[in-house]
Design a protein around this ligand. Structure first.
Ligand code: NAD
Length: 480
C-alpha cells in the first residue's frame, strides 16, 4: 500500500473537461488506494457560482464509470470544495488563500499546496503571477505548480510563458505534464534497458537500422475541432509526446536513476536534434488531413464541427528525425501520428541491422515496445514471432501480469507530484530544443497550401508517408 500523502489541491478550471474526465477519477483511485486519505482537500475553481454540494455532485458523476461503491464516492466528495473565481480578479485569490488555509487546518494537510492549471493556456501566466503576488504560497510546506499541455505554440510563445511562470515559481516547483510520461511502458523503458544489458548495448547506431515511433488513433477530432484548429498534430503530438518517447529510448545511460541524471541525458539528446533547413522540410516530413472513409460514411475533417471548410490543419504527420550524436549518427527515427488510422496503436519499433549479429541478435530482428492499447513487447525475426529463441535479448516483463494493475497515467503523475519526483515531467531545456526543431517545419508548412484532404479515414495516412521510408530502403513495421 502506497504511503498516505497530504496536500490541498487547487484546481483552476475545476468545472472543465480535463478535471472531470481525468483528474477526479485519478484522485478517486488514489483515495481508494490510500494515497489520499484523511489529509487532503480539493478546491475546484471556475467562473460559475456553484455551491459545494453541487460541485460534489458533479465530482461523483464523473466517477460513475469507475465502480458502484456510492458510499466511498460520497466520502471522497466530502473533501471537495468550490470557489467561484475569475482569473484576473485579485480578490478571488485572497478568498482562495483563506479557504486553503482553513482547509489545511481542518484536514491537517501540512501546508502543502498543488496548484493545478486545468484551464486554457492563455491564463497560465496570469494565474501563476496572482498565486505569487497574492501570497497563496505557504512557507512551511511544498508549493507545486502543475501545467497542462500545450506549453506554448512555438518557441517564442513557450519562452514567454516560461518567463511568466518563472517569475512566480522556480523551475523545480514546476511540473509540466506530458501524460505519455505517465504511461507504465514509457516509465519502464529506463528499467528495461537497465535490466537487459544486451538490449541496452544494442541501442546504438552500430546495431540499429532505424527506430519508429507511432502514435496512431482511430478516432477523429470528435468534439475538439475548435481546439484542433489551433493546433494540428505536429504541435499536439510530435513536439511533446513523440519527442519524449524518443528521449526515453534514445537517451544515454543516466549515471543514476534520479530525475537530475535522467533529465541531463535527455536534455543532451534533444540538444543534438538535427534541426532541418527550410528546404529539407518537405523531404523529411509529410502532412495529411483525413477525408471521409471508403464508403463515404465518416465525417471528413473539414466537415467536423468548429472546423473551417477550407482548413489546412494537419491531422497526420510523419517524419524522419536525426541526431547529431555519436551514438545515433545516421540512424533515422521515423515518427508518425495520425487521426482516423485503422486502429489505436502507440508503439516503438526498433529495427536492428546486420551488425547486431555480433551481439548474437538474429539478422532482421525487430523489437517492438507496445504502449497502447496494450502494454508489452514483441520480438520479430523476418516478421515472425521469435520471442522464445531470443530470450536473452530482452526479458521483460518477466511477470505477464506486471502491467495489469498499472496505475493510469494521471494517477501515477499525481503521486509523483505529491512525492516531489520530477522524473516524468518535461523540463524547460528539453522543451526549448524540441520547439526549435518543430518551429522550422511549422513555418515552412505555413508558407505552402497543402493538397488536403489527402487520406481516407481508416487508412494508414498519405502514401508519401510510405515513400519517406522507401527512399531509405526501409518500411513501416506497423502496417494495416
Ligand atoms: P474546458 O474548457 O473544459 O475547461 C476550462 C475551465 O476553465 C472551466 O472550468 C472554465 O469554467 C474555466 N475558466 C474559463 N475561463 C475562466 C476564467 N476567465 N476564470 C476562471 N476560470 C475560467 O477545458 P479542458 O478541456 O478541461 O482543458 C483545460 C486545460 O487542460 C487546457 O490547458 C487544455 O489544453 C489542457 N488539456 C486538456 C485535455 C483534455 O482532455 N480535456 C488534455 C490535455 C490537456
Amino acid at each position: 500500500m502506497a504511503k498516505e500523502k497530504s496536500a490541498i489541491f487547487i484546481i483552476f478550471g475545476g468545472s472543465g473537461d480535463l478535471a472531470h474526465r481525468k483528474l477526479y477519477p485519478a484522485l478517486y483511485r488514489l483515495y481508494k488506494a490510500g494515497v489520499l486519505k484523511d489529509h487532503f482537500a480539493v478546491i475546484g475553481t471556475a467562473r460559475r457560482p456553484w455551491s459545494d454540494d453541487y460541485f460534489r455532485e458533479t465530482v461523483v458523476t464523473s466517477l460513475e464509470n469507475l465502480d458502484d461503491d456510492k458510499q466511498k464516492m460520497e466520502e471522497f466528495a466530502k473533501h471537495f470544495f468550490y470557489q467561484s473565481h475569475n482569473v484576473n480578479d485579485s480578490k478571488h485569490y485572497i478568498a482562495l488563500k483563506e479557504l486553503a488555509a482553513k482547509l489545511d487546518d481542518q484536514f491537517s494537510a501540512g501546508h502543502n499546496r498543488v496548484y493545478y492549471m486545468a484551464i486554457a493556456p492563455r491564463f497560465f501566466g496570469t494565474v501563476a503571477e496572482h498565486i505569487n503576488s497574492e501570497g497563496l504560497k505557504t512557507k512551511n510546506g511544498f508549493n507545486r505548480l502543475v501545467i497542462e499541455k500545450p506549453f506554448g505554440r512555438d518557441l517564442a510563445s513557450a519562452s514567454e510563458l516560461n518567463n511568466d511562470l518563472s517569475k512566480a515559481f522556480p523551475e523545480e516547483e514546476i511540473y509540466r505534464i506530458d501524460h505519455y510520461l505517465g504511461k507504465k511502458m514509457i516509465q519502464e523503458i529506463p528499467n528495461i534497458r537497465l535490466k537487459n544489458p544486451k538490449f541496452d548495448k544494442a541501442l546504438s547506431g552500430k546495431y540499429v537500422s532505424n527506430i519508429q515511433v507511432t502514435l496512431g488513433e482511430s478516432l477523429g477530432v470528435e468534439d475538439r475541432g475548435g481546439y484542433y484548429e489551433t493546433s494540428g498534430v505536429l504541435r499536439d503530438m510530435v513536439q511533446n509526446h513523440i519527442m519524449q518517447i524518443i528521449g526515453s529510448i534514445a537517451m544515454d545511460k543516466p549515471d543514476e536513476m534520479t530525475a537530475e541524471s535522467i533529465h541531463k541525458v535527455k536534455t543532451d539528446l534533444f540538444s543534438s536534434l538535427k534541426v532541418l533547413d527550410p528546404e529539407e522540410v518537405n523531404r523529411a516530413f509529410v502532412r495529411g488531413q483525413y477525408d471521409t472513409d471508403r464508403l463515404g460514411k465518416q465525417t471528413a475533417y473539414r466537415d467536423e464541427e468548429n472546423v473551417d471548410d477550407n482548413s489546412n490543419i494537419e491531422t497526420y504527420a510523419a517524419g524522419k528525425i536525426e541526431f547529431d550524436d555519436e551514438r545515433w549518427a545516421n540512424v533515422p527515427f521515423y515518427v508518425r501520428s495520425g487521426k482516423r488510422m485503422p486502429d489505436k496503436s502507440s508503439r516503438i519499433d526498433i529495427v536492428f541491422n546486420d551488425q547486431a549479429s555480433k551481439l548474437g541478435i538474429n539478422p532482421n530482428t525487430t523489437v517492438s515496445l507496445l504502449i497502447e492499447p496494450e502494454n508489452g513487447h514483441s520480438i520479430l525475426v523476418n516478421g515472425i514471432d521469435y520471442q522464445d529463441s531470443n530470450q536473452d535479448l530482452i526479458k521483460f516483463p518477466e511477470d505477464k501480469t506486471y502491467f495489469d494493475d498499472a496505475r493510469e497515467a494521471y494517477e501515477s503523475l499525481i503521486i509523483d507530484i505529491l512525492s516531489g519526483d520530477r522524473i516524468h515531467f518535461t523540463l524547460w531545456d528539453e522543451l526549448q530544443s524540441t520547439w526549435k526543431y518543430i518551429d522550422v517545419i511549422r513555418e515552412q508548412w505555413d508558407l505552402e497550401t497543402p493538397k488536403f484532404p489527402n487520406y481516407l479515414s481508416g487508412t494508414m495516412g498519405p502514401e508519401a508517408a510510405d515513400t519517406l521510408l522507401e527512399r531509405d530502403g526501409n518500411s513501416w513495421v506497423w502496417d494495416d
